[in-house]
Write a protein that binds this ligand. Structure first.
Ligand SMILES: Cc1ncc(COP(=O)(O)O)c(C=O)c1O
Length: 395
């Protein structure tokens, strides 16, 4: 029998749905997927070239487990350039295998058994299990749709906060809601964090994907006090279409990075050395590839908007950032999991039910526009057809 702690873990929403997708596909059902946060772009050539060159130079031995010096310096430079943050590359930056490992190391470094973590919902579902694995408990705080976007109320956080609460996890731009928290909102949340002596784990993995007037603000940049209370978690996965490279990084005050470094040494020991060289090329090289991808996602977002605004009974929460659109399907009067299943089985399109991101996500569907072209077109056709049918079936 596997250990008891395994009972606390759950497969990620995407993996849960993928196992059903594979079953249906094995039966010959043809599906279009608007499921994953997986960019359909290839990694820009200059980054691939840097990895090839590193391999040719024999950069295949163990990396510096803290992260190669050049990459830590590149991250420090990037944080100053893009986020107005200053961290010492020698002591305040850790290179991780994706944001996934960074999140785990941060939680493992912060939590004692029974400590609580505040999670504003609906939220990226893969935060739940590492909190459990680190011995912590989730305190969910329901977000609310105000003026067509999900927001977090400090009052609700305060009510959920107990003497056992140690941390708040924020993700801005926020998966799955598409909200980009403003500096005003972040200042209020930051004040709450500092006042209650919490740590803020700030997952900024979608920072480069912004639309319209939205601007990314890194909370640690708001005040020296909040910087002391923040662990920045980020990765190259989404910004540079590098999901498979597993290149991420964290920044925080030394005591946290030292603790997280200890965690890292027991597990991954960091991304491959040649991957780290490629990450240097990504962060310090030309950034037009990022702007080009952002422009394409903006175009896709408009396609999603056009397709869904024509459908009665549903409302699109127009994303301010990221590449997910949350569709409010409250008008259908059906549970989101049922709608998702019917969309998949009867209409051949795969999305995620909002309930997989916590109860506050009930009544919504998450639609990914990380893939474009015919996948997006065909997927949206199937989605709208299914939603129109279900709206028409109301008693
Ligand atoms: C909010 C959020 N954080 C972290 C991750 C994982 O990122 P990485 O590929 O860097 O491990 C994802 C991936 O979808 C995500 O949506």
């Amino acid at each position: 029998m596997p250990a008891d702690r395994i009972l606390e873990l759950r497969p990620t929403a995407v993996n849960r749905i993928l196992s059903e997708v594979r079953k249906l596909q094995a039966q010959g059902v043809e599906l279009v997927s608007l499921l994953r946060g997986e960019p359909d772009f290839r990694t820009p050539p200059h980054i691939v070239q840097a990895a090839k060159q590193a391999l040719d130079q024999g950069r295949t031995s163990y990396p510096d487990n803290r992260g190669e010096k050049k990459l830590r310096e590149a991250v420090a430079w990037k944080l100053e350039r893009d986020n107005g943050l200053r961290y010492d590359p020698a002591t305040e930056i850790l290179i991780t295998s994706g944001a996934t490992f960074g999140l785990w190391a941060a939680l493992a470094a912060i939590l004692n058994p029974g400590d609580e973590v505040l999670l504003p919902e609906p939220i990226y579902d893969a935060y739940y299990s590492p909190i459990a694995l680190a011995g912590g408990c989730v305190r969910s705080v329901a977000g609310r749709i105000v003026n067509g976007r999900f927001s977090i109320e400090v009052e609700h956080l305060q009510r959920a906060c107990s003497p056992r609460t140690r941390a708040l996890v924020l993700n801005t731009p926020w998966n799955p809601t598409g909200t980009v928290l403003t500096s005003q909102e972040l200042a209020a949340l930051g004040e709450f964090v500092c006042k209650n002596g919490l740590m803020l784990i700030s997952d900024e993995i979608y920072e480069a994907l912004l639309y319209g007037q939205a601007r990314h603000v890194s909370p640690a940049a708001l005040s020296p006090q909040l910087r002391r209370h923040t662990i920045v978690v980020n990765s190259l996965s989404k910004t540079y279409a590098m999901t498979g490279w597993r290149a991420g990084y964290c920044a925080a005050e030394r005591q946290w990075i030292d603790a997280m470094f200890l965690v890292l040494q027991q597990a991954s020991r960091g991304p491959a050395t040649f991957v780290q060289d490629a990450a240097v090329a990504a962060l310090t090289g030309p950034q037009d590839c990022v702007a080009e991808m952002r422009a394409e996602y903006a175009r896709r977002r408009e396609i999603v908007q056009k397709a869904l605004e024509a459908v009665n009974g549903v409302r699109l929460l127009v994303p301010e950032g990221g590449f997910f659109a949350l569709v409010d399907i409250g008008g259908l009067g059906l549970p989101s999991e049922l709608v998702q299943r019917r969309l998949m089985q009867e209409f051949g399109v795969v999305v995620v039910p909002g309930s997989f991101y916590g109860p506050a996500g009930e009544g919504t569907l998450r639609v990914s526009f990380a893939a474009g072209g015919t996948v997006l077109e065909e997927g949206l056709q199937r989605l709208t057809k299914g939603l129109i049918r279900m709206y028409g079936e109301r008693a």
